[in-house]
Design a protein around this ligand. Structure first.
Ligand SMILES: [Zn+2]
Length: 347
């Protein structure tokens, strides 16, 4: 199989380049890929901050992202349980796709353009069907910034009604910090999608004899959380409402998240794909460790407030009994404790 690529370099540093995938020109033989490029050249004006060198060429298909088929027609990629860095190049979150008889839906698209491209290739290795929908679980950069390649390929971007505003408020900060953490090379071609379609609670996506049910949740992990259930196999894509191994990170509402997880546990799914860790766990059992941590966070915070502790005194002790139960505890627990303290202080 062949695909179209072009050498993309940074405007500000023209020696920092990578071969960027142009989706939709895949073909069994190079001549067909080239003929399609002639017929319908790619629109390269959409990329800010890039210089393209030479014309697009057709090359043997590049490396796909590794995926695992966790149920018939349901594929998942396991991201590293780590902070984004120059080694993992941002590959730190889970994502997946579901194949129907007429189209494919993607759930989350990773941190960067190169990860989205790898997911695109993993899909092309399984099916020729079009990717019609990309469901973006929430606003965090490790779940959304790989989606651009799918938007170029014609997929609809779906998210919470608050997602467009949340992304536009934060994207400059997110992209700057990711560039600092993963390096400029890893981020080439990475940018926010341009058109997001708000989803409604209970909305169904039909992939052809296969339905995906979307749910929209009140503020919990963030203010933009949605989930997707593949009805055929009972596979729940939970985004960051469910964490495994990786300490849950609180960027929304502590009490709200506990309520949402309790409701989510009533969804009759057999398995869940968490946003981090796993990548496949039994449902609803996988909700229990997250609920336990959030409850400890709540109880310890209330105890500190009852004692009249100040934030700086309280934070090092809140949820310390959970330290050896999670990875990245020291990275994220102080912020979680701060968010919890601030939320419960004014109750
Ligand atoms: Zn998140």
């Amino acid at each position: 199989m062949f695909e179209a690529i072009i050498l993309a370099c940074l405007n500000q540093a023209e020696d920092v380049c990578r071969a960027q995938l142009l989706p939709g020109y895949e073909a069994e033989v190079s001549e067909d890929c080239q003929a399609r490029l002639q017929e319908a050249p790619p629109d390269l004006t959409r990329f800010d901050g890039l210089v393209f060198k030479g014309a697009p060429t057709c090359e043997p298909i590049g490396a796909p992202l590794s995926v695992e088929e966790v149920a018939p027609g349901v594929f998942v990629h396991l991201g590293a349980v780590a902070e984004p860095d120059t080694t993992n190049k941002g590959d730190v979150s889970n994502m997946g796709f579901v194949i129907g008889t007429s189209s494919v839906a993607v759930f989350d698209a990773g941190t960067t353009r190169w990860i989205g491209e790898g997911l695109w290739r993993a899909i092309r290795a399984e099916t020729d069907l079009p990717v019609t929908h990309v469901i973006l679980s929430h606003m965090h950069p490790d779940h959304i910034f790989g989606a651009g390649v799918f938007e170029e390929a014609g997929a609809r971007m779906l998210g919470h009604a608050h997602l467009p505003r949340a992304i536009s408020d934060r994207q400059i900060n997110y992209l700057e910090s990711l560039t600092r953490l993963t390096g400029a090379h890893s981020m080439i071609g990475t940018q926010a999608v341009t058109a997001l379609n708000p989803v409604t609670d209970g909305q169904i996506i039909d992939l052809g004899q296969r339905q995906i049910t979307l749910r929209v949740w009140p503020t919990s992990h963030t203010g933009t959380d949605i989930t997707a259930l593949d009805e055929e196999t009972g596979t729940l894509f939970a985004g960051d409402l469910v964490f495994d191994a990786h300490l849950p990170t609180l960027d929304g509402n502590l009490l709200g998240w506990q309520r949402v997880l309790t409701d989510l546990a009533d969804i009759p799914a057999e398995r869940v794909i968490p946003g981090h860790g796993g990548p496949v766990l039994p449902w609803p059992d996988a909700a229990a460790p997250v609920l336990r941590y959030l409850k400890v966070l709540e109880d310890d915070t209330r105890a500190a407030l009852d004692e009249g502790q100040r934030l700086s005194e309280a934070v090092p002790n809140i949820a310390s009994s959970e330290a050896d139960k999670w990875e990245l505890f020291d990275v994220h627990n102080p912020r979680n404790a701060t968010v919890a303290f601030t939320e419960l202080e004014w109750e």
